[in-house]
Design a protein. Structure first.
Lengths: 278, 495
């Protein structure tokens, strides 16, 4: 008796929710639609109320590269983000292995120290870190951008949570076979932690691709600008050329959207891991 | 010896894995942290202490902090930061609603779906042909319908994943690029926001010119009434929670106290207009009727004084912000007839206007926050709620609303708690990127948050000691909020 009305409500509600979600989804992406369309307008139509350009001006995209060293900014951003990600995955996974798989005196106290810095506002260390960078002579270098970001408590915490979910029987079995801790780390734990490693990779990559405060204070030379700093510079230089700026913004947003579309499964499991158990 | 040796070896192995991480952790987190604390008590200023002028850096005790607390700008920036944080409950509620929608059963019967699918496909193709062959009547409308049909089409195939991607995209891409995008959209003359608002505003003006001036006060009363209805609902919940024994005495008093915030803010904004008296009396009346009356009766069961705080604090702040929005609308409505009579009504200047810059940034932040990690966490939380609980409440005859309040909401309490803690912590440190990319902290400091203030002092003015003091004050606030949340939140989470 009670099953029937439930079924009929789903029958109707399916489409109703589709329409509601599509409407909300449309509102969410409207800014992006305007961004893409404005990036294809000629300068004369930038102020026009009509969103659709009369002619699609693809040359805008070429022009961006000639007005500012956009390719350079792109490369710098990708270079920094890739290096930070690479280093962070290595240091974090090693530390996470130590915290989750090895027994040593004082381990939990050290982990607690890591954990307590998760709540630390990044601003607290930024001023002193800048002075340290001056002492090391790394101001206005890409190394100076990479180094302080390569070690995070967050990455260690995330991977530790992930590794704790791997049953201990796996490494016990490997240990029986006479495998050393390094072997276990490389051949057992790392392959099994793949989803966690991928999630951390995406988080770190996007975080550093977008990172703004640190590059802004560190960089002087235009040749070393990363995308966010470069876009800001572009906006202050050619404030009126909204069409070019939007073409540049589109190009800087695009890699992230593509990355998300292909990687969202890993990303979402990573968020849940870092979140719910945190 | 035999026992000690393995322990030592274990330590060596453990530390060798930890090595690379802990060296970096020490060098770029722990040491800077300690130095930053020391710095907060010095007068280090790069304009006075540099390679040309070797004045001694001195310890000045609490001087930086004294200066900060007597600095009116600090209080302005602090209140800016707190004002921006009023958007947090709204954003969390938005994430929850999005998550609830995304976890609905989206599979209709397949035959029906195919029909919708074909219909949308035909609609899309015909619209696209119309649009690109230069059919120039109402291009904008065609574009919207085309996009809508496209999204629906994709949604019918890809289900929740498609919508989730669209909701999540603004959060995922949020950064200087999207802030610059919104800056251009908010441009009063060339941006699409005002282009869309202009016809709306002029319609409102026309309508109000034809209506009698009494419509202003009527709308004002309506706005206040809507706000009060919202509060009545929340007060009733508080009263109910007390009777059910879900709320301790301390939490009851605390929550009642917080709930009078809109009335207080209304008093400050409206400076004794008759609307504020309405808000004040209404709130007090509702408080007396729903909370005080009930709290005179002993609760159903005795609990510790602070229990239940975390469970109700989010709906309550949500209600307060909702009421503030309604009061704000009421204030505008009261003045509308007079404004319309001048015939010069125009959409706001957004980022260039002292009063509109903050709302403009908050609207953008809401757009970026609805589909954030919070939504993903809520989706996971909702999926994890045992289906039996819903079945049991259905047998008891609960409707959808009751099912939400009695099953979904309590089951999501741990997730909500985590989200509130993280959002408040982020909120306190937030606002730098938006301020730098969109407004430079202006106009007249309206969008300067504490983090932007630190940037100005530490990196533009070079007062490192003073900037460090501000950072540590911020850190203290973060710690305080975290401890408060843990004190009140933990009990509920462990239930």
């Amino acid at each position: 008796m009670s099953a029937k009305p439930t079924l009929s409500t789903t029958r109707k509600s399916g489409m109703r929710y589709h329409i509601l979600l599509a409407t909300l989804g449309l509102i969410m992406i409207l800014p992006f639609v305007w961004m893409v369309l404005t990036g294809l307008k000629p300068l004369s139509e930038v102020a026009s109320e009509d969103w659709i350009p009369t002619v699609f001006r693809w040359e805008n995209y070429q022009e961006v590269f000639s007005v500012i060293p956009f390719a350079r900014f792109y490369w710098n951003s990708l270079f920094v983000a890739a290096w930070v990600t690479f280093l962070q995955v290595i240091t974090s996974s090693l530390a996470a292995f130590s915290f989750s798989r090895l027994q040593w005196p004082g381990r939990d106290k050290v982990f607690l120290l890591y954990l307590s810095t998760l709540m630390l506002p990044g601003l607290v260390v930024v001023i002193t870190n800048y002075q340290i960078m001056i002492q090391l002579g790394l101001v206005d270098t890409l190394t100076g951008l990479i180094l302080p970001s390569a070690f995070t408590a967050f990455g260690t915490f995330l991977l530790r949570q992930f590794m704790l979910s791997i049953p201990a029987s796996f490494d016990e079995a490997a240990e029986m076979d006479g495998a050393s801790k390094w072997r276990i780390y490389i051949d057992v734990i790392l392959p099994l932690s793949r989803p966690g490693l991928i999630a951390l990779t995406i988080f770190t990559f996007i975080g550093n691709y977008q990172s703004f405060f640190w590059p802004l204070v560190m960089l002087r030379d235009q040749e070393k600008y990363t995308l966010p700093v470069g876009l800001l510079f572009f906006d202050s230089e050619v404030g009126q050329s909204t069409h070019l700026l939007m073409a540049a913004v589109t190009m800087s947003v695009l890699p992230m959207i593509i990355l998300f579309m292909f990687m969202q499964k890993f990303l979402i499991s990573g968020i849940q891991l870092g979140g719910v158990k945190g | 010896m035999r026992i000690k040796h393995p322990t030592f070896r274990r330590l060596v192995t453990g530390l060798s894995f930890l090595g690379p991480s802990i060296i970096g952790f020490m060098a770029f987190t722990m040491i800077p942290l300690v130095l930053s604390f020391i710095l907060a008590f010095t007068n280090w200023d790069v304009r006075r202490h540099n390679m040309f002028r070797t004045e001694q850096i001195e310890f000045i005790g609490w001087d930086n902090f004294e200066r900060m607390f007597s600095h009116p700008a600090f209080w302005q920036y602090l209140s800016n930061t707190l004002f921006f944080m009023l958007g947090i409950p709204v954003a969390i509620i938005g994430s929850l609603v999005a998550a609830l929608l995304l976890t609905k059963e989206l599979n209709g019967p397949s035959g029906l779906r195919r029909i919708h699918f074909i219909a949308m496909g035909v609609l899309m193709i015909s619209l696209a042909v119309l649009l690109f062959t230069g059919f120039d009547f109402g291009n904008m409308l065609l574009l919207i319908v085309l996009l809508f049909a496209g999204i629906l089409l994709a949604g019918l195939v890809g289900k929740a994943t498609v919508y989730r991607t669209m909701f999540y995209a603004p959060h995922f891409t949020a950064g200087v690029a999207t802030f610059l995008l919104w800056k251009k959209m908010y441009n009063p003359h060339t941006g699409p926001v005002n282009a869309a608002l202009r016809p709306v505003v002029s319609t409102i003006q026309d309508v109000f010119q034809t209506l009698p001036p009494a419509i202003g006060p009527i709308l004002g009363v309506l706005g206040v009434a809507l706000g009060l209805t919202l509060m009545a609902f929340l007060f009733r919940r508080i009263g109910q929670a007390w009777t059910d024994g879900d709320l301790g005495r301390g939490a009851l008093i605390g929550l009642s106290f917080i709930s009078l915030l809109p009335a207080y803010l209304g008093w400050r904004w409206m400076e004794g207009s008759w609307l504020v008296i309405l808000v004040l009396l209404g709130n007090l009346g509702l408080l007396l009727f729903f909370v005080v009356r009930r709290s005179l009766q002993p609760p159903f069961r005795q609990v510790a004084p602070s229990v239940g705080f975390a469970n109700l604090v989010l709906p309550l702040t949500g209600g307060i912000v909702g009421q503030l929005i309604f009061i704000g609308l009421a204030m505008v409505a009261v003045q509308l007839p007079a404004m319309a009579a001048t015939g010069e009504m125009a959409p706001p200047d957004w980022l260039a206007n002292f009063y509109w810059a903050k709302p403009a940034i908050m609207i953008m932040a809401f757009w970026a926050a609805v589909g954030s990690n919070n939504m993903i966490l809520y989706i996971a939380g909702i999926t994890n709620i045992p289906q039996e609980l819903y079945e049991a409440s259905e047998i008891d005859g609960a409707n959808a609303w009751q099912k939400f309040w009695n099953v979904t909401w309590p089951q999501l309490a741990p997730v909500t708690f985590f989200i509130v803690v993280m959002s408040v912590i982020h909120g306190l440190q937030g606002g730098f990127e938006m301020a730098r990319a969109m407004t430079q902290g202006g106009p007249a400091g309206a969008t300067t948050t504490l983090s932007y203030f630190v940037f100005i002092e530490g990196f533009e003015s070079g007062r490192l000691g003073y900037a460090s003091a501000v950072v540590w004050a911020l850190f203290a606030m973060v710690m305080f909020v975290t401890l408060l949340n843990f004190k009140f939140g933990n009990r509920h989470v462990n239930d």
